[in-house]
Design a protein around this ligand. Structure first.
Ligand code: ADP
Ligand code: MG
Length: 247
């Protein structure tokens, strides 16, 4: 069974249909990239996968459990699914170490010393051990985003959802975050990545899904999508992306 199975999902906000019949699978250890213009539904799909949004039709199954709007079930789900957003959302009043320790203590009921050990190990792995006692506003955007990833990893999730996590960064800070994503992929982390970084999608993804108006209108191996897209809208999107220098 796939780690994520989305079947016939329809999501509406009022009268607006934002996801219009999505079928989508993610296998364990796969990196799947969601690409498409702004407003095509990438974030909404990610939010449906970890139950941040309720759906009107269809089913989402993650790690064998159906995603439903029930607090206990959603809490269980979110132990397995880490999510990182575009804007670094570290808690500003907590140090880096405290940010990374928080969920393992609160949700997994790790002792403080266990959580601290885990947090320090993770920070050391990304070369940020010396920042453990800093507050987030003392870090660069790239460092903050890397801490946000580590904070999600501290829960030892089975799946990571990354929503345009490099989009708000100054260009010179994008690479350090992409490198960390590549490393995670190499370690076998299952990831769904909404991104405008076409280089990452081309080089790292096992599968790329192109969204347009709430539908996946083309999906496949990046080699295929980027060289011989079958849908006119995909070629057009890629051409525009290429022109704007994002590839
Ligand atoms: N909470 C919301 N209420 C109403 N409309 C929303 C909401 N969130 C997203 N949308 C709309 O859903 C569409 C898809 O948005 P989104 O999933 O954020 O796309 P993307 O991430 O691809 O840019 C957009 O038209 C957006 O305006
Ligand atoms: Mg988005």
């Amino acid at each position: 069974m796939a780690l994520v199975e989305v079947r016939g999902v329809v999501k509406k906000f009022g009268d607006t249909t934002v996801l219009d019949g999505i079928d989508f699978d993610v296998e364990e250890h796969q990196v799947v990239c969601l690409i498409g213009a702004s407003g095509s539904g990438k974030s909404t799909l990610l939010r449906c996968i970890n139950g941040l949004e309720a759906t009107q039709e269809g089913t989402v199954t993650v790690v064998g459990r159906k995603v439903i709007q029930d607090d206990i079930k959603l809490n269980r789900l979110r132990r397995d699914v880490g999510i990182v957003f575009q804007a670094y959302n570290l808690f500003p009043h907590m140090t880096v170490l405290e940010n990374v320790m928080l969920a393992p203590v609160k949700v997994l009921h790790l002792s403080k010393s266990e959580a601290k050990t885990r947090a320090r190990e993770l920070l050391a792995r990304i070369g940020m051990a010396d920042k453990a006692d800093e507050y987030p506003d003392r870090l660069s955007g790239g460092q903050q985003q890397r801490v946000a990833i580590v904070r999600a990893l501290a829960m030892q999730p089975k799946l990571m959802l990354l929503d345009e996590i490099t989009s708000a960064l100054d260009p010179e800070l994008v690479n350090e975050v992409l490198l960390m994503m590549i490393e995670l992929a190499e370690q076998g982390m299952t990831m769904v990545v909404a991104t405008h970084e076409m280089g990452f999608a081309r080089d790292v993804a096992h599968k790329v899904c192109f969204l347009h108006s709430g539908r996946i209108i083309e999906e496949g191996h990046p080699k295929k999508i980027f060289t011989t897209p079958t849908h006119e809208r995909t070629s057009e999107f890629l051409r525009r992306t290429l022109e704007s220098g994002q590839m």
